[in-house]
Ligand binder design. Structure first.
Ligand SMILES: Cc1ncc(COP(=O)(O)OP(=O)(O)O)c(N)n1
Ligand SMILES: Cc1nc(C(=O)O)sc1CCOP(=O)(O)O
Ligand SMILES: [Mg+2]
Length: 515
């Protein structure tokens, strides 16, 4: 042992991460199996280790091949993880041989865990058989009695019950009861394939009470992996310490949202596509997988909307935003102070469409919730709004965050908090924002000089004074943000064009000065 190395410590009290071990097959198409389990646990914020029982060649068409991992090596993987890594919950998926069922059984007796979730995978959703009838006996005799919950679909429940037909919710209740008699402490019979059912109904039985868990049926071909993901979400919630029914309900809701978010994905040519539980992929649904990121030059002509002005001139917010973009606005902020949340969200979605079609970023003033709900490009917050640091946590690393600052200290804090730019004002007195402190050109300059972030000037700026603002001679002042100059005018298009011309002239003058 090297003398200068710090001794290993076994102090695990620092942060115990909930841990699910999934014992399942690999799905090369990554919709189901081990891949789905890892995604589900990640989405639920739980660590996931893996024991691979088989490697399958599969895609959206079906299963083309299965290579079963020798049972000794499954045992070796189980021992590696269970002997060392403090697993809370074991979740099983594809167990393709009776030998593997036996090895698992022995391992669980040697290394007991808090809970065992058994998803009795036998037939893939494409109809391919993943575990033959010989395994049924192993399931029934060895695994079900150890399980805290089993999660069969209708076909699997029927197979475990010797081929009994299950066609109604009442059949599902009887099946849940019979399966419960085989030893598991809880049973969830999934009714996704129930004929003539408008809702998706699952029956949960805890040995005493039945619960019919209903949700609306989401029309999509992308359902491959829902079973594995549901069982993994249940395991993840149990690992966090949730009671069983609560874990099942949360998992079901999570899978439903995943189905909804990924319902329009086009992956593969087969009849059944994968769905994805990593919600951030939802932005794919809006085609916003374009490269994202903040370009400080976008602050050049920053249009900030105002619902009162639109009302006064009798125009819709979408017309206002469209005209500002046509006139040369390079970024748009929706600052709708007196609209209700639902109206704001609808307006934001409509404006986002227009902005995306022109490659113009759209930010939301104050309302992080609305920005998240419509997947806007970012937010602008002031000193008494949601702190930028928290906004960053909520919005993630890619979204744009702007912060209003009137002093160098605030500018420094905005940088520490992970903001992308600073809005500094009021440069001049303004009627748009009540009781706004005017900092003047000197105040603007002091903030720009202190700021490590790009700055946009705001407050009382118009085509007649924008040139003086841009000429204060600091390289990180990137543009002006304006409300009334654009939106309290008869023609937004003309007003934006006028300001754009002035800003371009100011920019070319500053280029001439530096040469
Ligand atoms: C670009 C830009 N700069 C400053 C502000 C003002 O934000 P805030 O101080 O939060 O005031 P309200 O706009 O919320 O009244 C801004 N909106 N945009
Ligand atoms: C929204 C806002 N913030 C300001 C600040 O000083 O932070 S001034 C302001 C209003 C800007 O409107 P107009 O362009 O009509 O003067
Ligand atoms: Mg604000």
């Amino acid at each position: 042992m090297q003398e200068d190395k710090a001794p290993m410590t076994s102090d695990h009290s620092k942060l115990k991460i909930p841990h699910v071990l999934t014992v399942a097959g690999s799905d090369s198409g990554a919709g189901a199996g081990i891949q789905a389990d890892i995604k589900a646990c990640a989405a639920r914020g739980v660590y996931c280790s893996t024991v691979i029982t088989a490697v399958t060649a599969q895609n959206t068409v079906g299963v083309q091949g299965v290579n079963v991992v020798p049972e000794d090596f499954v045992g070796e993987q189980l021992k590696s993880v269970l002997s060392d890594m403090e697993v809370d919950v074991v979740k099983t998926g594809m167990l393709p041989s009776i030998g593997i069922v036996n090895v698992l059984n022995q391992s669980l007796r040697e290394f007991p865990v808090q809970a065992l979730v058994v998803d009795p995978v036998m037939v893939s959703t494409s109809g391919d058989v993943l575990a033959g009838p010989s395994i049924l006996a192993g399931f029934r005799e060895d695994l079900l009695p150890l399980a805290d919950i089993i999660t069969p679909n209708l076909k699997e429940a029927s197979a475990l019950l010797g081929g009994q037909q299950l066609e109604t919710v009442s059949d599902m209740r009887s099946a849940a009861k019979l399966l419960h008699d085989m030893g598991p402490r809880n049973v969830l019979v999934k009714g996704g394939d129930l004929p003539d059912s408008l809702d998706a109904v699952d029956v949960f039985f805890d040995g005493q009470d039945f619960y019919e868990l209903r949700s609306s049926r989401i029309k999509t071909r992308n359902t491959h992996g829902t079973g594995c993901s549901l069982a993994s979400c249940i395991a993840a919630e149990l690992a966090k310490g949730s009671p069983m029914l609560q874990a099942v309900k949360v998992a079901k809701r999570h899978v439903e949202s995943g189905l909804d978010y990924s319902k329009d994905f086009v992956i593969g040519n087969g009849v059944q596509g994968p769905f994805d539980l990593l919600f951030r992929l939802k932005s794919y649904a809006q085609n916003s997988w374009r490269q994202v990121g903040f370009n400080p030059n976008d602050l050049f002509l920053y249009a900030v909307t105002d619902s009162r002005m639109n009302k006064k001139w009798g125009r819709s917010i979408t017309d206002a935003v469209g005209a500002a973009i046509e006139g040369g606005a390079t970024i748009v902020q929706l600052r709708e102070k007196d609209v209700e949340t639902q109206g704001f969200l609808e307006a934001a979605k409509a404006c986002l469409k227009i902005c995306r079609s022109h490659g113009i970023p759209l930010l939301i003033n104050d309302r992080i919730d609305v920005a998240i709900a419509c997947d806007a490009d970012g937010v602008h917050v002031g000193q008494s709004d949601m702190p930028a640091r928290i906004a960053r946590t909520l919005l993630g690393p890619e979204k744009i965050i702007g912060v209003s600052c009137k002093t160098p200290e605030q500018a420094h804090q905005a940088w520490i908090d992970g903001a992308d730019y600073i809005g500094c004002g009021g440069v001049y007195p303004t009627n748009t924002k009540e009781n706004n402190l005017t900092v003047g050109l000197d105040g603007l300059k002091a903030v720009c000089v202190a700021s490590k972030l790009p700055v946009v000037a705001i407050g009382g700026i118009s085509a007649s004074n924008a040139c003086s603002v841009m000429q204060i001679g600091v390289p990180n002042l990137k543009g002006v943000a304006v409300v009334s100059t654009l939106f309290d005018r008869e023609s937004i298009l003309t007003a934006t064009r006028e300001l754009h011309v002035v800003l371009q002239e100011a920019a070319s003058m500053s280029v001439q000065r530096t040469h």
